[in-house]
Each structure stands twice: as C-alpha cells, then as structure tokens.
Design a protein around this ligand. Sequence first.
Ligand SMILES: Nc1ncnc2c1ncn2[C@@H]1O[C@H](COP(=O)(O)OP(=O)(O)O)[C@@H](O)[C@H]1O
Ligand SMILES: [Mg+2]
Length: 246
Amino acid sequence: MQERFILKVEDLTVSFDGFKAVDGLNLYIEPNECHVIIGPNGAGKTTLLDLICGRTAASGGSVKFHDKELLSMREDQIVHAGVGRKFQTPSVYEDLTVFENLELNYPKGYSVFGALTFRCDDTIRGRITEIAETIFLEDMLDEKAAYLSHGQKQWLEIGMLLIQDPELLMLDEPVAGMSVAERKKTAELLKRIITDRSVIVIEHDMGFVVDIATRVTVLHQGQVLSEGSMEHVQNDPKVVEVYLGH
Ligand SMILES: Nc1ncnc2c1ncn2[C@@H]1O[C@H](COP(=O)(O)OP(=O)(O)O)[C@@H](O)[C@H]1O
Ligand SMILES: [Mg+2]
C-alpha cells in the first residue's frame, strides 16, 4: 500500500549551545502538496530546512523520506535520494547562459557497471527546453545569467533543481525581492510543479501564501504553533498573537 506521507519529521530537535532552535518538531508532507511554513523571525524555519537537507546535524529525532532516515545521510546522498533545496540568495553561474546553467545540473547517469553514461544530446536539450518553459525563460536560453532580473535568477535556480527531478523541493523565501508580477508568475510556477512533486516553502508574503498553500504550518520558538488550511491558521488566536497581529 502507498504510504500517505513522503516525509515524516518526528520529534526533531537541534540545540546550539543549549538553545533549542528546533524543539521536538513534527511535520508530515503528503505527495503533491505545497506546504508553507510561516512564523516570526528566529522561529527556526531555515534551521528546519537545514536539518532536513543535511546541512545541520540534528541533536535528536527522526526525518524519514519514504523509508530512508535522512539524519544519517550526507547532503549529497539526500539530494540523490530526491530532496532538493534552494537557499535564500540565488546562486546561479553569472557567466554561463541559462541553457548552460541548466545543463550543468542535468543528472549524470551511471550504468550498472559504474561507468558514466551520457544520454543523447537531444534528450538533454528537450529536457532543458521543457524546464525553461516551466520557469518562463524559454526565450532566454542563450542569455548569460548575469543579464537576468533578480526574479528570473530565482526561477533559474528553481529550474536547476527541477532538472534533477526531486520528489521534494524546499524553497526558502522564493519571492523575496520580486515584483508583484513576478510573484504571480512564481505562484503559477509552484502550482505547475506540484503536479509531479511536493514542495515545502518558507514565506512571509501572506498574499502569496494564500495563493499557493495547500497546507500551512506556523512555527514559533522552534515548535509547531498551529497547522492546517490558511483559513484555519489565520483565524487561530495564538497565530494572530505571535505573528499575524504585528
Ligand atoms: N548555527 C547556529 N548557531 C547558533 N544559533 C543559530 C544557528 N543557526 C540558527 N541559530 C539560531 O536559531 C534561531 C532560529 O533561526 P532560523 O532558523 O534562521 O530562523 P528563521 O528562519 O525562522 O528566521 C535563531 O535564534 C538563530 O539565531
Ligand atoms: Mg530564515
């Protein structure tokens, strides 16, 4: 039987010199979900993603991706297992074109004998074109990344993750610094990509959250303060008090 959740975070804790940035946290992610994490600055949102992607070592708890315990895996193994992570600031290669940035992240295959295998150019080109359309950059494939707007760089970085076809994609404040029009397109982009995968998004822009979230978790002091539909958490007095009321 198909498991209901692709990711199960249970009792996850990390302490930095005795300070618990994430404290006994539980989080469950279903397939095709856009799960948004909100909460005040310092709530532990970025640290949570750092723990899931293996960048920060946990003090306790468990993070299961299907049947794999991510806490005992290295960052590169976690990526290989199908979990992609985008950081807050875009890190595209400015001197390379959009096409080259995407090509660089195209997964290199290994045969059963361990030898590196190269897929035919047309397959790679087709996949890059497909991703470029998804991220609204199909007309800019030969443009150097340096000439892209901030928003377009953010989309390119999402594309660089999508080309690896992760089953779970984690995005930290993807629309920060974007124009209203770019935010709208990013919402459209997220709706497109969750047909094939799940996404965890950290976000502050409530208009954007309303647009994209299938489910919302509110973090506060490293713990889950509230969880449910956007409507549910927006009307939760605890959430209004510590976050939305400000
Ligand atoms: N490597 C670290 N060492 C010490 N404290 C940290 C470290 N990383 C994060 N913190 C602290 O943990 C808390 C949560 O930080 P963070 O996850 O970045 O919050 P958020 O993303 O919700 O704004 C903050 O108080 C921050 O100062
Ligand atoms: Mg953060």
